[in-house]
Every structure is written in C-alpha cells, then in structure tokens.
Ligand binder design. Structure first.
Ligand SMILES: Cc1cc2nc3c(=O)[nH]c(=O)nc-3n(C[C@H](O)[C@H](O)[C@H](O)COP(=O)(O)O)c2cc1C
Length: 353
C-alpha cells in the first residue's frame, strides 16, 4: 500500500464514528473476498523491459473517446457525507484536480447537480435498477443533463450483501442524505426506501433501456466472468468493470485481480474493461493495466482521504498514486501506459509462506 494511503486511513479511523468506519471498511459474510483483494494483486510478478527511454513518462489513457490524464478513477461509493460535511462535492472537487475521472453513486448524499457544479473534472453516474424504475430513469436523465459522460450500471447487487461486521451497530443514514436525490421523484404515498431498493428481477434488457433513457453509453459494473461480460456486450454494454464490489456483495467471490484475464478474453477488445478492488499502489495499477485493463478504480482509500483531509486529501491520494505509477512504469521500462502488455506480467504465483 502507498504510505500516504495508510496514513490517511489511520487518520480517518481515529476521527470517524467507529460505526461509520466499520460501514465503509466492511465486506460481506466472513470478509474472505474483502480481505483477499490486495494480496491478489501482489501475487503477480513483473518482467521489466530495459534500455527504453523513460525520461518522460505519461499516464494518459483513452476511454470512451475521451483522453484522461490519469488511469485512476474514483469508484462510486455511497454516502460521502458520513465522512465529510461537503460529501461528494468535496470528493469530486478533489478528484478533478488530480486529473481523475470520478463516478457518482446513486446513493450520493449530495444532489447530482451540486456535485456536478463542484466537480473539477469529468465524471460518470452509477445507476442501480431500482424497484421503481422511474426513479432510476429520473436520476440518469438528471445526470446526463448535469454533464455525466456515461452511466455505470451496477449489476452485482440484486440484494445488498449482508455485512457481518456492521450488523450489530448498523448505521442509519439520515433521510436528508438517503433521499437527497430521490425525494422529488417519489410518488406520494410510496415508501421511499422500498421504491429505491435494487430490483432483483433485472435482466440484460436494462442496459439498452438506460442507454436510451440517458442518451449515454452504459458500462456494467460487477462482472467477474468472460461469458457474462459477453452477454452484457450483446445487450449493448459500452464497457465492463471487473469488480466484486469491494467484497461487499458475494463473499468468496473471486478477487478482481484473478477475474480480469477471463473478462478480457470474453470482451476480446470490443469495449473498454476497467477493474477495481484492492488497488492501493502504483504497482497494483501497473499489474492491472499490463494485464489489459483500460483504467482502475479506487474505492475505500478515497473515503479515508476525504474523511482525513477533505477535497485536498482526495487530490493528495490520487496524486500520490499517479506519482507512484509514473515511477514504477519508468523502472519497468514503459514510458506510456500503451507500452504495457501482458507479457510483462507473470502469475499469480502460489503463496510461498
Ligand atoms: C462504503 C462503500 C460504498 C459503496 N457503494 C457503492 C455504490 O453505491 N455503488 C457501487 O456500484 N459500488 C459501491 N461500492 C463499491 C465500489 O464502487 C468499489 O467497487 C470498491 O469499493 C472497490 O474496492 P476498494 O474499496 O478495495 O478499492 C461501495 C464501496 C464502499 C467501500
């Protein structure tokens, strides 16, 4: 883990209500998947190139027709206002200053339009297919109007995973955060939190439905298999995010690091493939990008950065990751991310201890 990220997590843990810290940190079940994520990236080994001119290392990547200056992306995460009073507005102000794309969760605790106004860089909107689908439609339309560049449809959450760690001290998210984007669309008399629950009956048809409603490309997030990725592509997905939701959904699901190659094979270069889960350093990102990912998302470390130091902390964390990646790219003999390829990676190795 990058040392700054470790320091920010310590500061966040010291300052946050322990129930909020646990809610953010938790995985589902016994946390097998949540706890494996970081080690899974470390199990790969590198085959560096030599005598390449690496005096000028650039981190730019192309994604859905846009040029990004960094391959680090802020993962969509719920309720940033539990970490910092400015919530997602601070996160998105900080992310753009580091050149990072950010993805806004459907469970944002600040209004979509306010986050868009505070954002200093490009952003996408994460959607859940909610039981009241009109709510999802209203949110993706608002996101498109506010400037979102894409919709990220999270597909690994037909029901919210059971998190053993937090069941004793369940945090209750106040209505002014939970309903901040929903209240205006609720049908009078409906039970807000039920209408806004994830719809467990969704099928791939929802992909083209949301593309049509929003007018935006739709990426699917939460895919761990090549065959499932191909099924989403057949239904119109414009990209795939390999993710197990930070180990918060199906415990004992495969680490993303080990699922990535199969998804890349299923996608066969037709659309961008992003990955998240346990990315904590430049080397973790280098492995993911060399295996073939187009970009990497970072989750919990940015909540810790936000809690510890607000927008400036988010910028600092993303800058530190970018600087770390620039360094290891150079040492591995790659001046551009496009210079990386899967021949530079071997593994995963079996644990030796
Ligand atoms: C507190 C928390 C809330 C999250 N909320 C959402 C969400 O609303 N939508 C979503 O698609 N993913 C959500 N995720 C999953 C992240 O987008 C991402 O997949 C995961 O955190 C990446 O792993 P990492 O935290 O190890 O970097 C959440 C994760 C955390 C930790």
């Amino acid at each position: 883990m990058h040392p700054l990220l470790g320091r920010q997590e310590q500061a966040a843990q010291a300052g946050l209500d322990p129930a909020v810290y646990d809610y953010y940190a938790a995985g589902s079940g016994d946390e097998v998947t949540a706890l494996e994520a970081e080690a899974a990236w470390r199990a790969f080994r590198l085959r560096p190139r030599v005598l390449r001119d690496v005096t000028d290392v650039q981190l730019g990547v192309d994604l859905l027709g846009s040029r990004l200056t960094s391959p680090f992306v802020v993962a969509p995460m719920a309720f940033h206002a539990l970490a910092h009073p400015e919530g997602e507005c601070a996160t998105f102000a900080g992310a753009g200053r580091a050149g990072a794309l950010a993805v806004l969760s459907t469970r944002s605790s600040r209004r979509i339009e306010d986050v868009a106004a505070a954002a200093t860089g490009p952003w996408w909107f994460q959607a859940y297919g909610m039981r009241d689908r009109a709510l999802t439609h209203a949110l993706v339309r608002r996101a498109a109007d506010a400037g979102a560049g894409a919709v990220v449809l999270t597909v690994d959450t037909p029901y919210v995973g059971r998190k053993g760690r937090v069941s004793g001290v369940r945090i209750s998210v106040p209505d002014d955060q939970y309903l901040v984007n929903l209240a205006q669309h609720l049908v009078p008399g409906s039970v807000a939190r039920e209408s806004a629950e994830q719809d467990p009956s969704m099928t791939p048809a929802v992909i083209s439905e949301l593309a049509e409603v929003s007018g935006l490309p739709v990426l699917v997030k939460g895919v761990l298999r090549g065959d499932e990725a191909a099924r989403c592509l057949d239904a119109g997905a414009a990209g795939v995010i390999v993710s197990n939701h930070g180990g918060r959904q199906l415990d004992r699901a495969l680490p993303s690091a080990l699922a990535l190659a199969d998804v890349l094979a299923g996608v066969a270069g037709r659309v961008p493939v992003l990955v998240d889960g346990g990315i904590r350093s430049g080397l973790d990102a280098l492995v993911a990008l060399a295996l073939g990912a187009d970009a990497v998302l970072v989750g919990r470390p940015l909540l810790w950065a936000l809690a510890a130091e607000g927008a400036a902390g988010v910028t600092a964390a993303l800058d530190a990751l970018a600087e770390d990646l620039r360094h290891v790219l150079a040492v591995a003999g790659a001046a551009r991310i496009a210079d990386l390829d899967a021949t530079m990676v071997v593994g995963p190795l079996q644990p030796t201890t």
